[in-house]
Design a protein around this ligand. Structure first.
Ligand code: PLP
Length: 418
């Protein structure tokens, strides 16, 4: 007797997964933190490795039966070290947020000072924002960007570092469209005797592919997600100098986590192999070329472009010059098959629930083969949506055109379902 398939066991969930595959196929995914993983990464993620418990580290586990798991975790960590040139890699963090928590747990005492980028300027919750545990258990001081340029205010970082003597400085962002000057952060950290954590969650794929300078040579610890531009499974990873290896490993397990997600570790190992290829280097270069073309085209449609352009996978626009705010624009775009998120812009006068901006990313669409011409078309559609956000006929016409365009650009991984 064969075992029942998902379709037989749970038709409701099966139908929803299928519907999501269709949505991912037929819509243009512009959420900057999202991507399409390969079929190979999906296969490893959906494997029997999910059945295994393996608290501890390779060769030092608390359960027996680790012969295959140890080999998998060693491969993932070795590939991470080779790809990024790191001394040590911990591939067990469940995601980017727990990875950052592990760094603070490893290097700080409760109440120590964190100097991180403010959420409203483009930083992440886990860089010390007040509603985050990181802003409650540690004393967070926050830097931002320059009002006139939208670029990180390195002078302010230095001034705040001198004034507050943080134990750690965090650089890296979640809504910042420009190159981050990691050596500049290192110099400031050295001046005040602080650790430097570089959170490359958004840009890890660009770093791997040589399209953004690497923080690995200068940071004490580098944290990252594995599912954004890096195009791996949902997860987190820490890279660090030899000197911090013990503290980092102990903070992840047993400090914060129990058993690692071995199916994710295996899928990460696969993604790291994919990210080591010339094809991936070409992919990361194309991401940046696409963002630049997209930013220019959006400006031509009358949107404001924060910092005037992009050096990475991300474009942050101010919708208000087009007479619309972020939330209604993002909602209307979604009806037209263009999926993004409304986002505050630096020094936004509007409230977080309906800010001025929309955050856009090119990582997912570049994975399905979009180039500059397709991004220019997306910008024209966005211009049309901004001009008629309540016009169902316009939105439905664009949604149909979006489906037609997407049909010519099959996305990685999606041919395995539906
Ligand atoms: C996405 C992100 C994280 C958190 O990742 P999760 O996997 O969502 O927990 C951390 N830092 C930065 C800069 C991010 O962009």
């Amino acid at each position: 007797m064969t075992e029942p398939s998902l379709h037989e066991t749970d038709p409701e969930i099966h139908r929803l997964i299928d519907a999501e595959a269709t949505r991912q196929r037929e819509q243009i995914r512009l959420i900057a933190s999202e991507n399409y993983v390969s079929r190979a990464v999906l296969e490893a993620t959906g494997s029997v490795l999910t059945n295994k418990y393996s608290e501890g580290y390779p060769g030092r586990r608390y359960y027996e039966g680790q012969v295959n798991i140890d080999a998998i975790e060693r491969l993932a960590a070795d590939r991470a070290c080779a790809l990024f040139g790191a001394d040590h890699a911990n591939v067990q963090p469940y995601s980017g947020s727990p990875a950052n928590l592990a760094v603070y747990t490893a290097l700080l005492e409760p109440g120590d000072t964190i100097l991180g980028m403010s959420l409203t300027a483009g930083g992440h919750l886990t860089h010390g924002w007040k509603v985050s545990a990181t802003g409650r258990f540690w004393n967070a001081v926050q830097y931002g960007v320059c009002r006139d340029t939208g670029l990180i205010d390195y002078d302010e970082v230095q001034r705040l570092a001198r004034e507050h003597r943080p134990r750690i400085i965090v650089c890296g962002a979640t809504a910042y469209p420009r190159t981050i000057d990691f050596p500049r952060f290192r110099a400031i950290a050295d001046e005040v005797g602080a650790f430097l954590l570089a959170d490359m969650a958004h840009i890890a794929g660009l770093v791997a592919g040589g399209a953004h300078p690497s923080p690995v040579p200068v940071a004490d610890v580098v944290s990252t997600t594995t599912h954004k531009t890096l195009r791996g499974p949902r997860g987190g990873m820490l890279l660090c100098k030899e000197a911090h290896k013990k503290a980092i490993d102990r903070a992840v397990f047993p400090g914060l986590q129990g058993g690692p997600h071995n199916h994710t570790t295996a899928a990460l190992a696969v993604a790291l192999t994919e990210a080591s290829t010339q094809a991936f280097r070409d992919y990361s270069a194309q991401i940046v070329a696409n963002s630049r073309a997209f930013a220019r085209a959006l400006e031509a449609e009358g949107f404001g472009v924060v910092t005037g352009g992009s050096d990475n996978h991300l474009v942050l626009i101010d919708a208000t010059p087009r007479g619309i705010t972020g939330k209604p624009l993002a909602k209307a775009m979604a009806r037209a098959g263009l999926v993004a998120n409304y986002n505050n812009i630096p020094f936004d006068p509007r409230p977080p629930m309906d800010p001025s901006g929309v955050r856009l990313g090119t990582a997912a669409v570049t994975s399905r083969g979009f180039r500059e011409g397709e991004l220019e078309q997306v910008a024209r559609w966005m211009g049309a949506v901004a001009g008629a956000p309540d016009d169902t006929t316009t939105l439905e016409r664009i949604a149909a055109e979006v489906r037609d365009l997407c049909a010519g650009f099959p996305a990685p991984g999606l041919h395995t379902s539906a």
